[in-house]
Design a protein around this ligand. Structure first.
Ligand code: ADP
Length: 254
């Protein structure tokens, strides 16, 4: 279904003890969205992701998933910077991707033949099937990142959350990774939330921007951001148009 809402966040407030971190957050995530979540350090990006993943309680407000079926995996999560450089790290690719299936299995938690087929399907989709019997520590950073992406996706989640996914990768591998993520979004309609510190380049990859600074400063597409006089007032014209990667001519905001 085009334009169907996956997720609705209403009047959300989150805090640690008495320290209020996020206030009055309201937004919808639509199927097929690719949202770049940016903001300064300490602006609440990670806290929001933890709220979405159910890892932290909400102080106020609601997060509603439109699809309430219990058997539907809501999120796949790719954490930041878990690159293994120990070549003796014993886990093999298939086993690591299999961990993504364990959480939703009943008892016994055993990877069966059908699961192995699901694992191989996702490895194939991410072009790493040939690595399935390798040890994680024997793989390059970019290959490891794909394995972790496969683990996040093996349960066919409705939304994929990527938390600074490329900070440990070199620029060419990073570009390659973003290309893959872009294909998953454009060709397969995967809905993606990408947390990044790199506000000046996420516009190249994502369709919408969410700028957080303990409240929702902006949420929308880049054209709206670029044309917003509120955002000019907030960031100043120069920074506003740096974030908006679409043109270099500041006077031509199209
Ligand atoms: P970001 O991901 O944008 O850098 P965070 O969500 O990590 O921001 O942090 C937002 C605020 O919450 C910061 O002021 C941070 O110090 C505080 N904070 C984060 N985690 C905790 C925690 N476990 N306990 C107390 N305060 C925290």
């Amino acid at each position: 279904m085009v334009n169907s809402v996956h997720l609705k966040v209403s009047n959300l407030m989150m805090r640690y003890g008495s320290h209020e971190v996020l206030t009055n957050i309201n937004f919808d995530v639509i199927k097929g969205d690719y949202i770049g979540i940016v903001g300064p350090n300490g602006s609440g990006k990670t806290t929001l992701m933890k709220g979405l993943l159910g890892l932290l309680p909400l102080a106020e407000g609601q997060i509603n998933y439109v699809d309430k079926r219990k058997d539907v995996q809501k999120f796949g999560y790719l954490p930041q910077n878990i690159i293994v450089s120990d070549r003796l790290f014993p886990a093999k690719v298939r086993e690591i991707v299999g961990i993504g299936l364990i959480g939703t299995k009943g008892f016994p938690k055993i990877i069966n033949r059908q699961d192995k087929m699901r694992i191989d399907t996702i490895l194939n989709r991410l072009s790493i099937l040939h690595l399935r019997d390798k040890r994680l520590g024997d793989l390059s950073g970019g290959q490891q990142q794909r394995v972790l992406l496969a683990r996040a996706m093996v349960n066919e989640p409705q939304l994929l959350i990527l938390d600074e996914p490329t900070s440990a990768l070199d620029p060419i591998v990073r570009e390659d990774f973003y290309q893959l993520i872009g294909e998953l979004n454009q060709q397969e309609g995967m809905t993606i939330l990408l947390v990044s510190h790199d506000v000046s380049s996420i516009g190249k990859y994502t369709k919408k921007m969410m700028y957080l600074d303990r409240e929702l400063v902006f949420y929308g597409d880049y054209k709206a951001f670029c044309e917003s006089s509120d955002m000019t007032a907030y960031f100043g014209q120069s920074a506003q148009h740096q974030f908006c990667w679409r043109h270099t001519d500041e006077s031509n905001c199209k």
